[in-house]
Design a protein around this ligand. Structure first.
Ligand code: GZL
Length: 339
């Protein structure tokens, strides 16, 4: 009898030791967290407003599957309150880790504090957040929107000079219209800031004038509508369109053609993302350049999540790689594009 009791006690102690593992333990095998159980990640996505977003979602779902991580995916339909509700339900479910793309950069402190109190680490993906306390997130993975905005101006300035372009209205300045992204999103704020500061710092600053700038909400439909309004009031003055993403540029191209103008020729068009649709437009001579913003962040997210749960040190901020694609490389590049 004594022997059986000793055996039972030994087995129980071994089980407890394996379960606790002295805090976070290395995630053994694919997708397992401490004690070998499968990691569950709660992920709050903004919605499906653009080709870029669709590629971002696909990348995250595929990477979770490949990593053996159980993904609880929530689509916020472009509403911050839906993201906050989703994060609260992930906390209630007791997921192992939460990741989210913040649709706007403010208003997250309270719900992230609730996650911290529940001891659930949070990873910020793609866009940025403004927080009173950086300990509310474990890591940020994304893209450098400020640098993207700067690259847009630099490319435009070099192109207008190289092509010896002249202002369409016969004046001394190139008139620029801008289709901005989602109001309050870190991406729209930083791309605009990067573009404007680069223009103001340029030796050619006096050659450029921002005629109009308005949100097209990162969608093709809204981009077309706002471009129609720009053309209604300034059809023969607009020289350049800077669209914060390719989808709005694609919508604007339709408006420009409907106004009897030649996109990519009468109006120089530069946008950000690098989705396949804009490569096709560049091949057709209807757009001039796209600055890449890489949506394929899934593998990096899953790898970072496993490290965080294993108690390993992770970089607080990681940017993914991105390039610049002018129209003259579009044809040869399109076949290798992954999104
Ligand atoms: C950029 C991303 C933006 C894309 C848009 O990091 O958040 O949101 O540029 C997308 O296409 O809608």
């Amino acid at each position: 009898m004594k022997k059986i009791l000793a055996l039972v006690l030994t087995v129980m102690m071994m089980t407890v030791a394996a379960g606790c593992g002295g805090g976070a333990t290395k995630s053994s095998g694919s997708g397992s967290g401490s004690g070998g159980k499968q990691i569950t990640m709660g992920f709050s996505q903004i919605g499906a407003e653009s080709e870029w977003r669709t590629a971002n979602t696909e990348s995250i779902k595929k990477a979770a599957e490949a990593a053996g991580i159980n993904l609880q995916f929530s689509d916020a339909q472009q509403k911050q309150e839906n993201q906050i509700k989703a994060i609260r339900s992930f906390i209630a479910q007791g997921v192992d880790i939460i990741a989210f793309v913040p649709i706007v950069e403010t208003g997250w402190d309270t719900v992230l504090k609730e996650a911290k109190d529940a001891k659930i680490p949070v990873i910020v993906v793609d866009r940025d957040v403004k927080l009173s306390d950086d300990s509310l997130y474990a890591a940020k993975l994304g893209t450098d929107s400020l640098s993207e905005g700067k690259k847009v101006f630099d490319w435009i300035d070099s192109y207008m000079t190289k092509e010896n372009k002249k202002p369409r209205d016969g004046g001394s300045q190139f008139n620029i219209v801008i289709l901005e992204g989602t109001v309050g999103s870190s991406v729209a704020i930083r791309r605009q800031e990067g573009f404007k500061t680069e223009m103001e710092a340029s030796q050619n600053a006096s050659k450029y004038n921002i005629l109009a700038s308005q949100t097209g909400e990162f969608t093709r439909q809204k981009g077309q509508e706002v471009m129609e309004s720009f053309l209604k009031s300034n059809r023969d003055k607009i020289d350049i369109l800077f669209a914060h993403n390719d989808d709005m540029a694609l919508g604007a191209i339709q408006a420009i053609e409907a106004a009897g103008l030649r996109p990519g020729k009468d109006i120089t068009i530069v946008s950000v993302d690098g989705v396949k649709g804009i490569f096709q437009a560049m091949i057709e001579g209807k757009a001039n350049c796209t600055i890449e913003c890489n949506p394929l962040q899934g593998d990096l997210l899953m790898e970072t999540a496993k490290k965080v749960l294993a108690g390993e040190k992770v970089e607080k901020l990681v940017y993914v790689d991105e390039g610049i694609f002018p129209a003259d490389v579009a044809e040869k590049t399109l076949p290798e594009r992954k999104y």
